[in-house]
Design a protein around this ligand. Structure first.
Ligand SMILES: C[S@@+](CC[C@H](N)C(=O)[O-])C[C@H]1O[C@@H](n2cnc3c(N)ncnc32)[C@H](O)[C@@H]1O
Length: 221
């Protein structure tokens, strides 16, 4: 199936490569349905190359507990669910409309995903108070909020956990591509985010130019 996305979402991997990947990456019918819905309604979802890598990672790690910040319409959530159906998945988004769409897709395939309608940072605060931890955390929300998520995430990530952040290369602007002044704030905050994780102890960092850029943080004790 041809994968056509609207312009300017991610420009690191050219469209024709993303489209080619999507022809070869096997996935369930419901995921193709979400892709169609996203295209028709211009709703952002993970790009094919990022979805494939996320799925591979979750499939290998088989985390017991997964936290997702930025459910959107549930595309990334279901990719993780299919990769590791036994994982307990909690996903949070502040957009009621999108969450309703996501829930309808979860129900369609009987995925027992726990959905939380909340601001991600507020929810992280709650998790910290409840001393809940997760083995795998996927963050796909507003890029300029990444530094703030990051500080709180550490408290809910288990000692050998993995955290994955999407859109970290922001169309390549973070890496030096010329950008419009209106993006400056987001770009500076993303740069601050990179600086803040650079010297984390007990962790390996992998910055991978798939989709719009994925950052993978793998902790070890
Ligand atoms: C790019 S979309 C997520 C796409 C989704 N991961 C997928 O692949 O289907 C980003 C989502 O983050 C949500 N979001 C942005 N800031 C947030 C915040 N502070 N707390 C919770 N959700 C947030 C938006 O409502 C939006 O649905």
């Amino acid at each position: 199936m041809e994968f056509k996305r609207w312009k300017n979402l991610g420009e690191i991997v050219p469209d024709y490569i993303e489209e080619f990947c999507n022809l070869y990456n096997e996935r369930e019918e419901v995921l193709k349905e979400i892709e169609e819905f996203a295209k028709e309604t211009k709703t952002p979802i993970l790009l094919p190359s990022s979805a494939a890598l996320l799925r591979l990672l979750v499939g290998i790690e088989k985390p017991k507990r997964i936290l997702e910040i930025g459910t959107g319409i549930g595309y990334s959530t279901l990719n993780m669910f299919f990769a590791s159906p036994k994982s307990k998945i909690v996903t949070v988004d502040s957009n009621r409309k999108r969450m309703e769409v996501a829930k309808s897709f979860f129900e369609k395939v009987g995925a027992p995903v726990k959905t939380v309608l909340s601001d991600g940072i507020e929810f992280l605060r709650e998790l910290i108070c409840r001393e809940e931890t997760f083995d795998f955390i996927f963050v796909d929300s507003v890029k300029s909020e990444y530094p703030f998520f990051n500080f709180k995430l550490q408290a809910v990530l288990s000692p050998e956990g993995v955290a994955v952040f999407d859109n970290v290369l922001f169309r390549g602007y973070v890496a030096g591509r010329r950008y419009d002044k209106r993006y400056e704030r987001s770009i500076n905050l993303l740069k601050f985010f990179f600086e803040s994780i650079k010297d984390y102890p007990n962790s390996e960092k992998f910055l991978i130019p798939v989709g719009d850029g994925l950052l993978i943080l793998k902790f070890c004790v």
